[in-house]
Design a protein around this ligand. Structure first.
Ligand code: URA
Length: 211
């Protein structure tokens, strides 16, 4: 059985996602929205982070108060370039997390991902990875990125996106069945160019105003 696909249906995320989908949303607004959604997604996907207790003093008393047991043990891995948009939001909430980058582009004819960059923290074997990419379309990039990360033997991997196509989820789960997927929505399908329908267009182009 495959790991869970969690659709994060929080109303704030859904509202912001609708704004991002609109054609007339500006590049600056699109970037702000993706960052905000990145923060909200970070909040949801870190619900299971372990806590430990630390003796502190408030102005009135001493107490044992909860703090994150392992926030320095998280690695956020962005699939460039669109992953940067979510990463920026997540880092606002988790400034101590380490960051890795995987550069992949889709060959426009074959849609096969081609790696041009790979840099992750050296001690990844002791870390839990959150891989971020706004769009899980064919699933090719997601599968390639997770396969590459598995070679480094991390403690665990979660995959986080904004939009997923059913085709992408199916392919991803056929290769990485134990890796949970978190997404804000599952759209209808892919078009013949591998774009998500209805989707929001090319996330990288909309994020950075390129074409
Ligand atoms: N990548 C995008 O940016 N958008 C899509 O719809 C599919 C892949």
């Amino acid at each position: 059985m495959s790991a869970k696909v969690t659709v994060i249906e929080h109303p704030l995320i859904q509202h912001k996602l609708t704004l991002m989908r609109k054609t007339d949303t500006s590049t600056a607004k699109f970037r702000d929205l993706l960052k905000e959604i990145g923060m909200l997604l970070a909040y949801e996907v870190t619900r299971d982070l372990p806590l430990k207790f630390e003796a502190i003093k408030t102005p009135l008393a001493e107490m044992n108060a909860p703090v994150l047991a392992a926030d320095k043990k998280l690695v956020l891995v962005s699939i460039m370039r669109a992953g940067q948009g979510i990463l920026d939001g997540m880092l606002e909430l988790m400034p101590s997390a380490r960051v890795g980058h995987i550069g992949l582009y889709r060959d426009p004819h074959t849609l096969v991902p081609v790696e041009y960059y790979f840099k992750v923290p050296h001690d990844i074997e002791e870390r839990d990875i959150l891989v971020v990419d706004p769009m899980m379309a064919t699933g090719n990039s997601a599968v390639a990125a997770v396969s590459r990360l598995k070679e480094a033997n991390p403690r665990s991997i979660k995959f986080i996106c904004l939009l997923a196509a059913p085709e992408g989820i199916e392919y991803f789960q056929s290769v990485h069945s134990e890796v949970p997927i978190f997404t804000a929505a599952i759209d209808e399908r892919l078009d013949e160019h591998g774009y998500i329908i209805p989707g929001l267009g090319d996330a990288g182009d909309r994020l950075y105003g390129t074409k």
